[in-house]
Ligand binder design. Structure first.
Ligand code: WQD
Length: 336
């Protein structure tokens, strides 16, 4: 049974990927420093799959701790989620982001070299493209200057991985996510934002649950069908499964280069008002919201052309926007 290290495995996307890995017969070990997750997620994963993943509370930018972990564990592949990911915070505290997101990546890649680990999946982001000139976005779309320090850590991270794969003959795939939303159908794992949610869907579900007074829609003066901004919202379970197929592409030596990049999105853009409407339709709830000013740093429209992942990874999203919003609501209702 192959042993897969999942860093950040107690986080939103990480935990859903651990569940899918275990469902596909992998032996999973999680490293997480609980800076943006809680230990209860470990029990929730176990209650879904019946198998408790091995867990180590390690800070990945503690080089000594990372080195001793790899001395004691024989790892066949790595899926690397652990990173700081708040766009606004990254602008206020760039050095914390560069040190954490890039320092930990370098230490992991050094251990791959030391311990002959050849397979690496990197959690990247559509933010790595910067502000797109042409839509939909393909993997050939040139990357513009990152719009935030967070996005820059993804752009630079990809370059670090590409250089190390070339120099040390390793194999890696970076998955550029669009907007992950939703929760596992069991409602036992989902998105657990710290404090006031930055992202749209957790703010919607917390408003519907009465935790937030009102959703503010950031701007309706964009040049879009209803004036509100457009994003490509993808169900987190569809996204988790993309990691399994990417890992198996590497294990089966189907990759066509040492370093490959895939957009993981639905290929469909939805406006904020369309998401609100879909939420109300999926849940029967009426949402209290009002239109306000644009949020600084937001772009008008971004959505994927997922053809490469569809053809090369044989991966296609299976769940609809309504399903994701329904699942997010089931999860929200279970939060105390
Ligand atoms: C979506 C839309 C907002 C909140 C996120 C992550 C980023 C990356 C991609 C990982 C925008 C609007 C939001 C609210 C609103 N993920 N909105 N009211 O900005 O696309 O980026 O996904 O790499 O890290 O931050 O997602 O959910 O914040 O916003 O009107 O209260 O919803 O203006 O148009 P975003 P988001």
């Amino acid at each position: 049974m192959k042993k897969i290290l999942v860093t950040g495995g107690l986080g939103f996307i990480g935990s859903h990927t651990v569940v899918e890995l275990q469902k596909n017969g992998y032996n999973v070990v999680i490293i997480d420093n609980l800076s943006n997750s809680t230990l209860s997620v470990l029990d929730n994963i176990t209650s879904i799959t019946g198998t408790k993943p091995e867990f180590h509370n390690i800070d990945l930018h503690n080089k000594k701790a990372v080195q001793s972990f790899f001395k004691q564990n024989n790892i066949n592949g790595i899926i690397h989620f652990a990173a700081y990911k708040a766009v606004g915070e990254s602008m206020d505290n760039p050095l914390a982001y560069y040190e954490n997101n890039l320092g930990s990546l370098v230490y992991l890649l050094q251990e791959m070299k030391e311990h002959k680990i050849d397979h690496f999946i990197f959690s990247s982001s559509c933010m790595a493209y910067g502000t797109p000139e042409k839509l939909p976005i393909t993997e050939k779309t040139p990357t513009n200057k990152a719009a935030s320090v967070y996005a820059n850590t993804k752009q630079i991270g990809e370059e670090i991985i590409q250089d190390s794969c070339k120099a040390y003959n390793k194999n890696a795939i970076a998955l550029r996510y669009f907007n992950p939303i939703g929760a596992h159908e069991s409602a036992k794992i989902g998105e657990l934002p710290n404090g006031v949610p930055q992202n749209l869907v957790p703010f919607i579900t917390q408003t519907a649950a009465g935790i937030r007074e009102q959703l503010l829609v950031f701007g309706n003066d964009y040049d879009t069908i209803d004036g509100t901004a457009i994003r490509d919202y993808i169900h987190v379970v569809d996204l988790a499964n993309a990691h399994i197929v990417a890992l198996e592409r590497l294990f089966n030596k189907k990759n066509k280069a040492n370093f490959e990049l895939f957009n993981i999105g639905t290929g469909k853009g939805s406006t904020v008002l369309e998401v609100i409407e879909a939420f109300e339709k999926a849940t029967g709830k009426t949402l209290n919201y009002k239109i306000t000013e644009r949020r600084s740093g937001d772009i008008q429209e971004i959505y994927a052309d997922p053809t490469l992942a569809n053809n090369e990874l044989k991966w296609k999203p299976e769940k609809s926007l309504e399903q994701a919003l329904f699942d997010a609501w089931q999860w929200q209702k279970k939060q105390s």
